[in-house]
Ligand binder design. Sequence first.
Ligand SMILES: [Zn+2]
Length: 173
Amino acid sequence: MTTIPKVAINIGMEKTRFITENGIILDNQNQVILKVPGLPSHVNFPEETITKLHKLQPGYINRLAHTHPIGMFSISNVDRAMMKKWAIAMHPFPFRLSTLTTDNEYDLVESIYVARLESRECWLERKELEKQSSHRKIEIELEKEIQYYPGTPGHPEWVQEIFDNSFERDNDE
Ligand SMILES: [Zn+2]
């Protein structure tokens, strides 16, 4: 009888484990305004603080970043609903939410999504053209993807922190 040798499969995903989501609010200079520790599958960003900051200085908040389980680069339905709500609240400013995750043990990808409420003029024009009533549209699109390498020189501190707090690696000492 032939025995098939057990081969240890050593793919990156098994060496990096997701523990919990973590959030960070960034200003328009990419500096940290607030760190928001999350739950295993959710981050409760403080609505009151965000509203206050936006009223004080519209455009000051660049984006809300949060970690996601391994391989989940896209936004969830809950994220999408939150983006729509903020796009309305922050109009005419766009609202950005990003996900930070990996599918290996080396890098972390930030996918930045932007939500914009259709302007009143565009909406009225569209209504006229389509000859029917419709709601103002909220468009959500992937704006940018940034790749980070945790543990390398020049790596942003907040990305390192969010990575350390959200993921566990087998090669960690
Ligand atoms: Zn999410």
